[in-house]
Design a protein around this ligand. Structure first.
Ligand code: ZN
Length: 344
């Protein structure tokens, strides 16, 4: 049986989401740009979207080309819009979620929705999570901070409790980059700032006890966890020698998260697998942005060393994500070993 690869990290904006929101003074399309992209006014700022962000045929063709069986579609981060006031934020999350649920419902074998939550109000976020889970959603996407507030702060505990209870996975996606790394000269806000932001957010979640309180919670870190796996030694040393660092076993922390494979380097992916375990890594592209993975999953994971076994999720009815499908090590293929069997 051929391994069915799932893309856990891909963005899509259904064409009708903005219209369904119905607040053109806050978000509206303002026209086409030369390369076919769409210009939008978002909270008074001009944003240029790649045409592929709302092109369903193009997205499906890209999946075909790369050999991706199924894609989880999430909101592009600049549309989290946690800045909106409570009622507007609720309306925006509901408009996006209803649109992406509707779009993916027509192709459940190829596409799955990733919901966004109005994180500015934890109560509203829990209510929206519970609503979309009732509609069949198995995954949400959260920004790595809420307008500068860390997800590890006590006020967000009800959201993690609800995630834990529902079994839904949350993709933590860097956004709202603060301070020094907020400057985008040379695109470094994305290249460096995003990676640091995810690392900081994940370390804060671990140190603040969220992972201990909700063991088994499914939190997936974008871009291979940013710099987090490489910071393993520093974090462990801090936990060993400092009383104000409640990190006793950093390897256990690192293995509590899931990770996407969007690091774009086979050496980095090998290192990630060595530190966190290959079974914690999902294929993720960051489609359709220019910084998305140029390689399909077969090629991306083919470069793994022969000893590495990679498990990727398959989506089955009634289960949030999984069971996992094992990709064979090249040596097993050569030896004719049966592979691709589901692991329970
Ligand atoms: Zn992304």
């Amino acid at each position: 049986m051929r391994t069915e690869f799932v893309d856990i990290h891909a963005h899509f904006l259904p064409a009708d989401a903005v219209a369904a929101f119905g607040r053109p003074q806050l978000v509206k399309a303002t026209g086409r740009v030369d390369n076919g992209g769409t210009a939008m006014a978002v909270l008074g700022k001009q944003v240029i979207l790649p045409a592929a962000l709302s092109d369903l045929d193009g997205l499906l063709a890209d999946m075909e080309r790369r050999g991706i069986a199924k894609r989880y579609l999430s909101i592009p981060p600049f549309l989290f819009l946690y800045e909106l006031g409570d009622r507007e934020a609720d309306a925006w999350a509901a408009a996006y979620n209803d649109s992406i649920i509707e779009l993916t419902r027509a192709r459940p074998e190829r596409l799955a929705p990733v919901a966004t939550l109005p994180m500015g109000s934890p109560d509203a976020a829990v209510a929206e999570l519970e609503r979309v889970v009732r509609l069949g959603v198995r995954m949400v996407q959260l920004a790595t901070n809420v307008l500068g507030r860390e997800l590890g702060e006590d006020c967000y505990r009800p959201i993690f409790e609800a995630l834990h209870r529902s079994g839904a996975m949350a993709l933590l996606h860097p956004h709202y980059i603060q301070g020094r790394y907020g400057s985008n000269r040379f695109h470094l806000r994305n290249l460096v700032g995003n990676a640091f932001e995810t690392s900081y957010s994940a370390a804060h979640l671990a140190a603040s006890g969220v992972l201990d309180e909700f063991p088994g919670i499914r939190l997936c870190l974008s871009h291979g966890g940013g710099a987090l796996p490489y910071l393993r030694g520093r974090l462990q040393r801090g936990g060993d020698v400092r009383e104000d660092v409640p990190l006793a076993d950093i390897d256990q922390v690192l293995r509590s998260f899931y990770y996407d494979s969007a690091v774009f380097s086979s050496e980095s992916l090998d290192f990630l697998a060595a530190v966190v375990g290959a079974d914690r890594i999902f294929y993720g592209t960051d489609f359709p942005f220019d910084m998305s993975d140029p390689l399909g999953p077969d090629e991306r994971f083919a470069k793994f060393g022969p000893a590495v076994r990679v498990k990727l999720p398959r989506d089955l009815p009634g289960q949030p994500l999984g069971p996992f499908t094992t990709i064979p090590a090249p040596s097993e293929i050569a030896a004719g070993t049966k592979h691709g069997e589901e692991e329970r």
